[in-house]
Design a protein around this ligand. Structure first.
Ligand SMILES: [Zn+2]
Length: 233
């Protein structure tokens, strides 16, 4: 039943919408997936991690290898950042740039990449979308990173981004049949639920709406208060 070793691929997996869809997409392509969840001290991680594990379990797939949990704490470098203490979290009225976490891709990728290199996995998948506005999500960044990773260990590793040319609605439609209500993308969880009012909840609601997929997510509340309001408008 085991697939050929070359079919194995690592996946940087937060359990958010994009990486959740990518997991299902890789399984549909016949890949055996080793997911990596990186804990970096963000105040939403307990809720996020619970959801991430639940979503993996929902696939009941023998081609999902056990989740690798890594720690890459950013407290020493981010200082008193909202992402660590949860005060002043960007709400639904803010732009994407408001949720920029400096160097996040570099930090998240480096340890997962090293794990892959030490364990015979030659590809690491990331759910980067065409709309990602941040400097550590460009083709130039990833070309340089692959070179650096190979120089560091002598082991080649491709950092693949299957969604790099796709919009959010296109990605959502790829995941239409996946249990997306179990994915998690809130930066201010309330009682373990999506808050419904932060920047990422607004993005989530808009994504379901744009893809014309029913949003079965349980929200603590809706932004600003009306269930018919257009998030982020
Ligand atoms: Zn939220």
């Amino acid at each position: 039943m085991n697939s050929h070793p070359s079919q194995r691929i690592g996946l940087l997996y937060s359990g958010g919408l994009d990486s959740a869809v990518l997991l299902g997409h890789l399984l549909e392509k016949g890949r055996t997936v080793r997911p990596f969840y990186v804990r970096s001290g963000m105040h939403w991680e307990d809720a996020e991690r619970r959801a991430a594990i639940q979503y993996l379990g929902a696939f009941r797939s023998s081609r999902i290898e056990p989740l690798v949990e890594l720690t890459q704490d950013v407290g020493e470098v981010y200082g008193a950042h909202w992402s660590l203490h949860g005060q002043g979290v960007p709400d639904a009225s803010t732009e994407d740039e408001a949720v920029y976490l400096p160097g996040r891709n570099l930090l998240l990728i480096s340890k997962a990449a090293l794990w892959c290199q030490l364990n015979g996995i030659h590809e690491l998948a990331l759910a980067i979308l065409a709309s990602n506005p941040f400097p550590d999500a460009t083709g130039e960044f990833f070309t340089a990173l692959e070179r650096t990773l190979e120089l560091a260990t002598g082991e080649p590793l491709r950092v693949v981004r299957p969604f790099a040319e796709l919009s959010k609605p296109e990605v959502m439609r790829l995941g239409r049949d996946f249990p997306l209500e179990l994915s998690f993308s809130c930066i201010d969880p309330q009682g373990g639920l999506h808050c419904g009012a932060c920047n990422k909840c607004a993005e989530r609601q808009a994504a379901f709406s744009a893809a014309e997929i029913p949003d079965r997510t349980r929200y603590a509340r809706r932004w600003p208060s009306s269930p018919t309001a257009t998030p982020g408008a």
